[in-house]
Design a protein around this ligand. Structure first.
Ligand code: ADP
Ligand code: NI
Length: 219
C-alpha cells in the first residue's frame, strides 16, 4: 500500500459519498455513514484490523445487486476495482471483497464459507441500521418505494421464509418486522452490537404495540 490508512479511508469515504449521491433512501450515503460509525464503535471493543473494517463498512453498499439485474457480484467487484485503482495491498482487497460478498441477509441463506472478525463487525454495524427508530424509517421508506401496504391484518407474516419467498414478497411493511427486523437482535456477533440491538429491539416492540393500539382505536 502506498498511502497511510487515514488517507486511504478518507479517499474511500469521498468516493463512496460521490457515488451514492443519487442513491435511494435505504442505501444512501447517510446509511453508509451510520454503518461506518457503528463499525468503528464496535471495532473499538474488538481485536480486529480497523483498516479492513472501515474500508468494508464504507464500500459495503457501493453497488446493490437489486439495481443491477440481481448480479450479486457487482458490489464486491466494484469495491475491489476501486481499491485496486489506489494500489491497495491484495490481501486487504481480498478481505474487503469477501466481507461485502457475505454481508447481505440474503447471502445469509447461502451460508458462505468465509469468516472473519472484521466481517462480524461490519455485519453487526449494518444490521444495527436495520432496527430501532432508523430501521423503522427505512422499512416504511422501502415499502413506500415498492408501493406496499403499511399493514393488512388479513395477510399474516411468513416466519422461516425461503430465499425465493423473501425475494418475491409483496407483503405489507409491518410483516417485514416479523420476517426480518425482530430476528436481527439474535443474529448479532459481538457483545457491543448485542447491547445496542437489545435497546433498539425493545423500541420496535413498543412501536408495534402502539401501532396496533392506534389501529384498533384504543389510544
Ligand atoms: P441491506 O441493508 O442488508 O442491504 P436490504 O437491501 O434487504 O438490506 O434492505 C434495505 C432496507 O430496506 C433495510 O432497512 C430493510 O429492512 C428494508 N427492507 C428490505 N426489504 C423490505 C421489505 N420487504 N419491507 C420493508 N422493508 C424492507
Ligand atoms: Ni447496508
Amino acid at each position: 500500500m502506498n498511502q497511510p490508512s487515514a488517507q486511504l479511508v478518507a479517499q474511500t469515504a469521498a468516493y463512496v459519498q460521490q457515488t451514492l449521491q443519487h442513491a435511494e433512501g435505504g442505501h444512501d450515503w447517510w446509511h453508509t455513514l451510520r454503518v461506518w460509525n457503528n463499525a468503528k464503535l464496535i471495532a473499538s471493543t474488538e481485536d480486529a484490523d480497523l483498516l479492513i473494517v472501515e474500508l468494508a463498512a464504507l464500500l459495503h453498499d457501493i453497488a446493490d445487486s437489486k439495481f443491477h439485474g440481481g448480479d450479486e457480484n457487482i458490489g464486491p467487484e466494484t469495491a475491489a476495482q476501486f481499491l485496486q485503482s489506489l494500489n491497495v495491498q491484495e490481501h486487504i482487497i481480498y478481505e474487503v471483497r469477501q466481507i461485502i460478498a457475505c454481508m447481505s441477509f440474503k447471502a445469509g441463506f447461502d451460508r458462505p464459507s468465509y469468516h472473519s472478525k472484521e466481517l462480524e463487525i461490519v455485519q453487526d454495524a449494518d444490521r444495527l441500521d436495520a432496527i430501532g427508530a432508523i430501521g423503522i424509517a427505512r422499512a416504511f421508506n422501502y415499502g413506500g418505494f415498492k408501493g406496499r401496504e403499511i399493514y393488512n391484518p388479513e395477510i399474516p407474516p411468513i416466519l422461516d421464509m425461503t430465499k425465493e419467498q423473501y425475494k418475491n414478497s409483496t407483503a405489507p411493511t409491518i410483516n417485514h418486522f416479523y420476517e426480518k427486523l425482530l430476528l436481527l437482535k439474535d443474529k448479532m456477533n459481538t457483545p457491543t452490537a448485542r447491547r445496542l440491538a437489545e435497546q433498539r429491539h425493545t423500541f420496535m416492540l413498543n412501536y408495534l404495540e402502539q401501532f396496533y393500539a392506534e389501529w384498533e382505536g384504543k389510544v
